[in-house]
Design a protein around this ligand. Structure first.
Ligand code: X2X
Length: 342
């Protein structure tokens, strides 16, 4: 963690209602008073990940700007269950907010996995142009159809990389039969099967222990997650494959969202979207610094060329199959951003 990140986090923590006496600060009696809207937000990542650091900032801002009317209580690190559990809680209203990865919300809204098509995005310029533009709007419209509200600014997970406990992955041939954990995501399963691997879907809450007990030999995640979840303790090699760009949709239960008066909706939206944009900057900075830290912790890196992976996916019919599944409109918007894929 950079000292800037640590400072930011401490500041955010100090402003959290559970710790500070926010009531006194904004001139209300010290006796705790229930907020008019107490909203729960659950996620699957450790507190030290930028997603949680920035979410705490957003919560503090919402409480201050709403003068204590809205309090967002954060449950990080799968405290409320894994992704599948949180997804059903946010649908029922037990949770107001959740940040599923695009891969995971796609179990409910299939088109949401469109950003995760293998080797589609070349860089962040392409990513944010698409996700802040027409492709993102297309996905948000689909999310709204299942009774969920998605905030405009997607948060960054990062480009996914593959780690192994055995030999390094130098090319697609090394994927043969590899027992690799992937998220609960139909696209991930299809993609790794097309690469001749043996993928297993597990919730993130189970990744560390499944690697430790060798239920699986490999996993794939962006470097900041490999760092904060300490996956380097149970993995030896990391191939910088950049095979999927993944982000988190900040979503709200539709009824709870509509139940907030418009002035409070504006406060919450602005705080969450601004925090999301700041969080993107954190991940970008981490991507540049984290590899040295992981190397020092014993993870060995290599950088395979994407060519053999792309060729294998193409030969297996992966792109044409998923073009059909996503449909021409969504696929067209993706290709508008990244060029011809299939
Ligand atoms: O489960 C994962 O691998 C993670 C943390 O990247 C997602 O949320 C998809």
């Amino acid at each position: 963690m950079t000292s800037l990140t640590r400072r930011t986090m401490l500041k955010a923590l100090a402003a959290t209602p559970a710790i500070g006496s926010a009531g006194a600060v904004i001139g209300m009696p010290l006796v705790a008073r229930a907020a008019e809207y107490e909203l729960k937000y659950g996620n699957n990542l450790p507190l030290t990940h930028p997603l949680n650091v920035r979410a705490q900032e957003a919560a503090a801002r919402v409480e201050a700007e709403s003068k204590g009317r809205v309090v967002i209580k954060i449950f990080p690190n799968n405290q409320l269950g894994g992704d599948t559990d949180m997804l059903s809680q946010v649908r029922s209203g037990g949770l107001t907010f959740f940040t599923p990865s695009a891969l995971v919300i796609a179990t409910l809204v299939p088109v949401a996995a469109i950003n995760a098509v293998g080797f589609a995005f070349a860089d962040y310029d392409q990513v944010w142009k698409a996700m802040d533009g027409k492709l993102g709007a297309h996905v948000r419209a689909a999310i709204s159809k299942v009774g969920l509200h998605a905030f405009e600014k997607m948060w960054d997970n990062g480009f996914r990389q593959m780690t192994t406990s055995g030999k390094p992955i130098e090319s697609a041939a090394d994927m043969d039969g590899l027992k690799i954990r992937v998220p609960v995501s139909p696209l991930s399963i299809a993609m790794f099967k097309a690469l001749s691997a043996a993928p297993a879907s597990l919730q993130f809450s189970e990744v560390y222990s499944s690697l430790q007990t060798r239920i699986v030999d490999a996993q794939e995640n962006p470097l900041p997650i490999i760092q904060v979840a300490k996956l380097y303790e149970v993995q030896k090699n990391c191939a910088l494959s950049n095979h999927i760009w993944d982000g988190f949709w900040f979503i709200a239960n539709g009824r709870s969202w509509k139940g907030l008066p418009p002035d409070l909706q504006t406060i919450v939206s602005n705080a969450i979207n601004d925090a999301g944009v700041a969080q993107r900057g954190d991940i970008k900075a981490l991507n540049q610094s984290v590899q040295a830290d992981l190397t020092a912790k014993g993870l060995a890196f290599n950088q395979p060329s994407p060519d053999s992976f792309r060729a294998k996916l193409r030969d297996a019919g992966f792109y044409s199959e998923w073009k059909g599944r996503f449909g021409d409109e969504a696929w067209g918007l993706l290709e508008e951003a990244v060029g011809k894929l299939a």
